[in-house]
Design a protein around this ligand. Structure first.
Ligand code: EPZ
Length: 432
């Protein structure tokens, strides 16, 4: 099993191309089920989750053809997805359990075929991740939902969903995306109230409208979708990954370096993140093709922050900010309000000398002068990035185990960090 070894203490300087956003690409790929026409997505990142979803879509009859394999670091892949016929409406457990975003095929299958049988995704390391809001939304649109042997069996009476008024009692990115896709082909108008407003959802709305959908309210918490009879193909470029960009901005700050994050409209996509990072002392300078990130103060400033739905501070940046706050001037408080178990990086950072106290969903950090290199274990995608960031500034070497978590969301991480001066290698035989 591969490990990553990092020798800390090197200032990072140069350019890092930001890949297409994983959390935009996944729902966009599911949207391919909504049309018989060729549907072309560009700027797709090469990630484990993308490959898992491609496999799942293939089982439904989606033919994927790589039009451009994106050889260079700054080029994503272009893939054409064609679904002339949906050959199966079943999403099997052995794939869904690997990647819970697979649940996003439920809405498109229900919309296109009037039925779907999708394995319950189950929980993951950061929480039990229920899908009750998704299912209630489909019922509001006339679907019948049965749970049998670990599968959700959804049927639209008469073969077509009807427009409904879906109100989410709590904000859910996935539930908003699932209902949004299903509503594009429903008979009548659907409103989604208290919709999630993440930039990845605006990306999905823009793409669906390019396919002939009729969606209003982009970027707001109320979406109105007038159902149409069918959607046509489109060509669409996935937005840049704001979480990857924020992670590398922190790498620049922690190593007192200067990294130009290359990507279109990054500043806009990173709105919910940049405010907090600026509060911690980071500086952002917009350039022709991206943003330059540096630390504008001697030490990272302590902050008090709670994770929130967009445009608040994203939970997907919490572990990375915590790595940075281990070295803050004074103290810092981080409150995780979205997931019930998203502090698994804390014991690993503590092994590296961090001073962190956790009470319930709140972590209090007292800044230290130097992290200590150590063997540590990745437990989930964003926790693994926080350990990489800590290793970049720790003394001696840090060995990060179980980095398959990292492969789910960070494309070509070792290449990108090496290119800006990090001493980082990946190998299965790294001794400890
Ligand atoms: C998406 O997950 C992202 N994943 C997550 O990113 C991200 O952390 C999360 O949104 C929040 O921003 C993708 O986009 C593929 P939610 P999702 O539904 O849609 C509860 C990463 O690291 N909830 O907004 O699953 C849920 O348990 C990943 O890239 C219900 O109770 O998140 C959580 O506490 C991790 N019932 C909260 O809502 C439901 O039916 C927010 O979940 C659905 C959700």
């Amino acid at each position: 099993m591969d490990r990553i070894a990092i020798t800390g203490g090197y200032r990072l300087e140069g350019e890092i191309p930001i890949s297409g956003a994983k959390n935009a690409a996944l729902p966009l790929m599911c949207a391919s089920l909504l049309t018989k026409d060729p549907f072309i997505l560009s700027n797709l990142p090469q990630l484990a989750d993308i490959s898992t979803l491609k496999l799942l879509l293939k089982g439904h009859g989606v033919r994927a053809k790589v039009l451009n394999c994106g050889k260079s670091l700054d080029q994503g892949r272009t893939i054409s997805f064609t679904t002339e016929v949906i050959t199966s409406t079943v999403a099997p457990y052995d794939i869904v359990r690997k990647m819970r975003a697979s649940i996003l095929v439920l809405g498109p299958l229900l919309a296109r075929m009037g039925e779907a049988t999708v394995s319950l995704p189950g929980g993951c390391a950061i929480g039990n991740r229920p899908i009750d809001l998704h299912l209630k939304g489909f019922e509001e649109m006339g679907a019948t939902i049965e749970l049998e042997e670990g599968y959700v069996r959804a049927v639209a009476p008469g073969g077509r969903l009807k427009g409904g008024n879906v109100h989410f009692p709590m904000i859910s990115v996935g539930a908003t995306e699932n209902i949004l896709m299903a509503a594009t082909l429903a008979s009548g108008t659907t409103t989604i109230e208290n919709a999630a407003r993440e930039p990845e959802i605006s990306d999905l709305v823009n793409c669906l409208n390019a396919m002939g959908a009729n969606i209003k309210g982009i970027g707001t918490k109320t979406l109105e979708i007038v159902g149409v009879d069918n959607l046509h193909g489109a060509e669409y470029a996935v937005m840049p990954d704001r979480i990857e960009a924020g992670s590398y901005a922190i790498a620049a700050a922690m190593t007192r370096g200067e990294i130009e994050l290359k990507g279109k409209d990054l500043m806009d996509a990173m709105r919910g993140t940049i405010g907090i990072l600026r509060e911690a002392g980071l500086r952002f300078q917009e350039t022709e093709g991206g943003i330059v990130a540096t630390l504008g103060t001697d030490k990272v400033k302590g902050i008090n922050v709670s994770t929130q739905p967009y445009p608040g501070f994203p939970t997907d940046m919490q572990a990375q900010v915590m790595a940075m706050m281990t070295l803050c001037d004074g103290a810092s408080v981080i409150n995780e309000t979205i997931f019930e178990n998203r502090f698994m990086h804390v014991p690993e950072l503590t092994r590296m000398g961090a001073d962190i106290t956790v009470h319930g969903s709140t972590a209090t950090l007292r800044g230290i002068d130097q992290l200590l290199g150590a063997p540590v274990m990745a437990t989930d995608l964003r926790a693994s990035m926080s350990l990489i960031l800590a290793g970049l500034v720790a003394d001696r070497q840090t060995f990060v185990n179980r980095i398959y978590h990292l492969d789910r969301g960070y494309e070509r991480l070792v290449e990108k960090l090496s290119a800006v001066g990090a001493k980082i290698i990946r190998d299965a035989n790294l001794g400890i």
